[in-house]
Ligand binder design. Structure first.
Ligand SMILES: Cc1ncc(COP(=O)(O)O)c(C=O)c1O
Length: 391
């Protein structure tokens, strides 16, 4: 590990150059590798050296560059690249539990993550869902047989901030591992490992790509965990990342810091402009003083992040009028993209939940989630404020 600052690591860390000394990261679009002899093949299956690969589902030079760069910026010993954020989350949870084990998870969570927990319940893993914003709930839910405490550090879509250090203290007291989905915080506003997270997972599809081009995910943790249970599970169950996607994501990483900071600055400016508008029940942004976890967000992330939500008093009709009036911000459901995106969670990303479950995690019919892009801040303010007026 180097002592370079994040921006330098994002450009240089993990690079492996071939005999040609190429400047840019090379794309090794190969699934297999040739061995000089039968004995060398046998040896490689016993123990592979750092530049000895077997099959791309196990590892590939381009994918390994992405993994090494991610581990360097997250501050973990190692990382494993997965086919998507969900492959990463599925792997990080599945590889640690067996029937009879117990998981505590925050219920304010992306729908697909809740589905993975449901699948685990079907296999005899007991899952306790709690309101993760209140540490007392974690304390009440953990047990000696709790294996994992799992949560999104900033929840999708309600932007509740969960106290990583607080949960880690409670989890570690019973020997449980802390798995944090850090997609909304992004690696730029992450101090997850310093705060006690054992495993940090990203959907690389979001800020890491930053151009909405490819799916990807990554699990960051200790070498023992990553090259042990996690790699074993993912490589045998097929969730590994394509080398082509790793190559795209390596170029995404180079500009991650610049993009995410610009996005967060615009998110803060738009949230401040919208706050208190007569058409809104709430403008939700962790960087606003009235956010219930504002102080925690500042301590944990040093920023309010790139995401904000607007909750329209006029419900679904007003939210749809707002969405349809936007000129720059696109209606879509990815996030972390260079292009600003607005989503209506109740009818799209979270439509499979019951009305009651949506209400429990703050997804009202009037709620719109906005992922701020890197467009000019004044254009974004004008676009959002104009559309609010039209709502
Ligand atoms: C918080 C969160 N975690 C995980 C995922 C899943 O990521 P992917 O779409 O790359 O599988 C998403 C996707 O929207 C998400 O918002």
């Amino acid at each position: 590990m180097t002592d370079w600052k994040t921006r330098t690591k994002l450009v240089h860390d993990g690079i492996r150059r071939s005999q040609y000394g190429e400047m840019a990261e090379a794309l090794f679009l190969t699934q297999g590798f040739v061995y000089p002899s039968a004995e060398a093949a046998e040896q490689r299956f016993i123990a592979s050296g750092p530049d000895e690969f077997i099959y791309a589902r196990y590892g590939n030079p381009t994918t390994r560059m992405f993994e090494d760069r991610m581990a360097a910026i997250e501050g973990t010993e190692d990382a494993f690249a997965c086919a998507s954020g969900m492959a990463a989350i599925n792997g990080a949870l599945m590889c640690q539990v067996k029937s009879g084990d117990h998981i505590v998870a925050a219920r304010q969570m992306f729908g697909s993550c809740l589905h993975v927990l449901k699948v685990l319940s079907g296999f005899g893993v007991e899952v306790t869902l709690i309101d993760g914003a209140d540490l007392a709930n974690w304390q009440a839910a953990v047990r000696p047989d709790t294996k994992i405490c799992f949560f999104e550090s900033v929840s999708n879509p309600g932007l509740e901030v969960i106290d990583i250090a607080g949960v880690a203290k409670i989890a570690h007291a019973v020997g449980a591992s802390v798995v944090v989905d850090n997609a909304f915080a992004s690696p730029i506003f992450s101090r997850a490992v310093d705060l006690g997270a054992d495993v940090v997972v990203y959907s690389a599809t979001k800020h890491i790509d930053g151009g909405g081009r490819v799916l990807g995910g990554v699990v960051c943790g200790t070498q023992e965990f990553i090259r042990g249970p996690l790699e074993t599970y993912v490589k045998h169950t097929g969730g590994a990342m394509s080398p082509f996607h790793a190559w795209i994501l390596l170029s995404g990483l180079q500009t991650l810091d610049l993009r995410v900071r610009a996005q967060a600055a615009s998110a803060a400016a738009v949230a401040s402009s919208a706050a208190g508008h007569e058409k809104l029940a709430r403008a939700i942004y962790p960087g606003l003083m009235d956010h219930p976890q504002h102080a925690l967000a500042m301590e944990q992330m040093g920023s309010g992040g790139t995401m904000l939500c607007l909750d329209f008093k006029g419900g679904k009709e007003a939210a749809f009028r707002f969405l349809n009036a936007l000129q720059i911000v696109s209606i879509s459901n990815n996030l972390g993209d260079a292009k600003s995106i607005a989503t209506h969670p109740a009818t799209t990303t979270h439509k499979n939940l019951t009305d009651e479950d949506r209400a429990t995690i703050g997804i009202t019919p009037g709620l719109v989630r906005i992922s701020m892009g890197i467009e000019d801040t004044s254009d974004l303010i004008a676009d959002v404020m104009g559309a609010i007026a039209a709502a």
